[in-house]
Write a protein of this length. Sequence first.
Length: 293
Amino acid sequence: MARTRAIAAAVLLPAALASGQELLKEIDEANASFTWTSGMDFESGPGELHAARLQARSFLSGPLALGGDWYFAPMAQYRGTVLDVDGAAAGFPIQDETLQYLALQGFFVRTSDRSPWMYGIWARGGVASDFQHVDGDDFLFDVAAGIGYRVNSNLLVAVGAGVFELNGDEKFLAGPSFSWRMTDNFKLSLYGHTFDASWDYGPDWVFSLRSEAGGGTWNLDGPAGISQRLDFRSYLVGLHAGRRIQKGLWFDLGAGVSLFNKLDLGTPDGLTTFKDHPGDGWFVYAGLRLADW
């Protein structure tokens, strides 16, 4: 189990970029969570934005040996988001939206006990849509690669780069990552936009200060059936507490603030037709995660 989990971490770390993914949680075998974000007042006029997010993801198997020190790990992901526009003026271009994201992704990594170096490749394909009308604009494809180095048994560092939304408004992102267990009970991690400082209080409790990117990008069925691209971004900073329920099953609660919020509406090829930067808000979080491999 320990080796399998170490390989899973190695798969993720080199490809961990500033991509808005919750990569710390993806090291778990599976997880499901609900996040409610509120209090985000619109900058362009009256009204505020609320966002509810339900997400689940799971590896479909343990890391599969491909030969030559290469491993492959497949994963499935679902994210449902409800955006609630409250009190906005008539004619506000964004209405209440129910949005879905379904994706399959694969992690390839080369790692060996004989070398401190590791190499990773990550690819993801999914559909992000309001499902009013699905066409090619609703599909998103991302790729990334990176290289990692295990300094010692407690410190792993990596750099990675990737291209996101290959079939639309392409974005190139790059960044460093690290996982550093400073003491037996205290750990610092940076995976792209996700930073986590965690403290193990005995075998059954963990407390952490975590910051991570939230939101997403979706294709909408706009006026006259013309596709529109909706992009909502936020940065969640909060305190979290986790309690082991049994073996590898944990229950987590968290709360904090939502910063640097952004709401864009435009075309799939990147032309922005509306932009707003809602004010700081707050969020609450509850989730289950399975770390049993």
